[in-house]
Ligand binder design. Structure first.
Ligand code: FUB
Length: 333
C-alpha cells in the first residue's frame, strides 16, 4: 500500500502569498511577489497495492483502525470475489500500516464465502467484528461475529453460528441478500444496537455480551434505502447514513434517538464514479470528522468489483446537518 505520496502534485498556492512593497534607487515603488510552493500529495485511494472495499473504521487508543473487504475479482470477472477482510492502522489518517490478514470467511465453519461489508466495535477490552457472509446451509446472506483481544486480531468466530440468517427476515423481504452490511453502535446508557440490511433497513438490540439479539427485529422506513447503514452520533444528534438508490449515492437521516423516528435529510455523497456502490463509514478523530468510502479509482481495472478505499473530510452545518462530501484525489494531507 501507499504510505504518504506515490504521486506528487505541486501547486502554486495562489501564486502570491505575500506582496512586499519597497523603493528602488530611483525612488520608484516596486512590488515584489514572493511565491510559495506547496506540495500536495495524491492520497486517494489510500490503498493502491490491492483492491479494498466496504470500509469501516474504529478509533481506539489514539489510533484509527480501518477494516475493509478484499476485492479479489480478476479483471475479467464482473461480480464480487471476496474471501477475506483487511485491517490497516494510522495515527494521522495519512500514513497507513497494513497488518496481517485478520479474518477470512473460512474462519466461520458454518459460512461458505463472500466477505462482504462488516464493522468492528470495542467493548470491555474485546473487539467484536460483525460481518456479512454467505451461509453454508441456510440459503442467503447472514451476519456472523468474530472476537479478538486486539483491534488487529487474531479474530475468531465468537458464536459458532450466525447471529442473523435470511430466514429470520423473510416476513419483511423476500430476497436472499437483505441480511447484509451490519453496523453497530453502543449508546451512552450501554445499550448496543445492530443495524443492517439491503432493500429493508433493520435494527435490533444486542445483549451486553454483544453476541445475542435482545428482542425483536424492527424495520426503519428510509427513502430509497439500498444498503450500507452506518450509525454515528455528534452532539445530541444520531445520524443514519446509507446507500441510496442504485447505482448508489450516500444519503442520511437524523434523529434525537437511536431508535428513531428518523428524519430524512438528503444526499451526502454523489455517485462514486465507475463504482456502482459507495459504502461509507464516518468517524471523528482528533477533532476532525472523516467520510471513508470506496470508488473504482484505480485504473485501468478498477470499477464496481475492484474497488478502493478513499477518505475525505466531513463537515457539518450549524444546525447539525452534514455538508455534502467533496470527493477529492488529494484526500487527507
Ligand atoms: O462488497 C459487497 C457488497 O457491496 C457490500 O456488502 C455492499 O455494501 C456493497 O458495497
Amino acid at each position: 500500500m501507499k504510505s504518504t505520496a506515490n504521486i506528487l502534485a505541486v501547486c502554486l498556492l495562489g501564486s502570491v502569498l505575500l506582496n512586499c512593497t519597497s523603493a528602488n534607487k530611483d525612488g520608484e515603488t516596486q512590488v515584489a511577489a514572493n511565491t510559495s510552493v506547496k506540495e500536495v500529495n495524491i492520497n486517494n485511494p489510500i490503498i493502491t497495492d490491492k483492491f479494498s472495499a466496504d470500509p469501516a473504521a474504529l478509533v481506539s487508543d489514539n489510533t484509527v483502525y480501518l477494516y475493509a473487504g478484499h476485492d479479489e475479482a480478476p479483471d475479467d470477472f464482473n461480480f464480487y470475489r471476496m474471501n477475506e477482510w483487511l485491517v490497516y492502522s494510522s495515527t494521522d489518517m495519512v500514513n497507513w500500516k497494513e497488518h496481517a490478514v485478520p479474518l477470512k470467511t473460512t474462519d466461520f465453519e458454518w459460512a461458505k464465502g463472500d466477505a462482504w461489508a462488516a464493522q468492528v466495535i470495542g467493548r470491555n477490552g474485546k473487539f467484536y467484528w460483525y460481518v456479512t457472509v454467505e451461509h453454508g446451509s441456510i440459503p442467503g446472506k447472514s451476519i456472523g461475529i468474530a472476537v479478538a483481544d486486539s483491534p488487529v486480531g487474531p479474530f475468531k468466530d465468537a458464536l459458532g453460528k450466525a447471529l442473523i440468517t435470511n430466514d429470520m427476515t423473510t416476513d419483511k423481504t423476500q430476497i436472499s441478500w437483505d441480511d447484509i452490511d451490519p453496523t453497530v453502535y453502543i449508546d451512552e446508557d450501554g445499550q448496543a444496537y445492530l443495524y443492517w440490511g439491503n432493500t429493508a433497513c433493520y435494527w435490533a438490540k444486542l445483549k451486553d455480551n454483544m453476541i445475542e439479539l435482545d428482542g425483536e427485529i424492527h424495520t426503519v422506513d428510509l427513502p430509497y434505502f439500498t444498503e450500507a447503514p452506518w450509525i454515528h452520533k455528534r452532539g445530541d444528534w444520531y445520524y443514519l447514513s446509507y446507500a441510496y438508490q442504485f447505482p448508489e449515492k450516500t444519503a442520511y437521516a437524523m434523529s434525537k434517538s437511536i431508535t428513531g423516528p428518523w428524519e430524512y435529510k438528503g444526499i451526502l455523497n454523489e455517485l462514486a464514479g465507475n463504482s456502482n456502490t459507495n459504502h461509507q463509514a464516518i468517524i471523528e478523530f482528533k477533532d476532525q470528522w472523516y467520510f471513508i468510502y470506496h470508488t473504482g479509482g484505480i485504473q485501468p481495472n478498477g470499477g464496481s468489483f475492484r474497488r478502493s478505499v478513499c477518505i475525505d473530510e466531513l463537515h457539518y452545518n450549524p444546525d447539525g446537518t452534514m455538508k455534502r462530501v467533496v470527493m477529492t484525489s488529494e484526500g487527507i494531507q
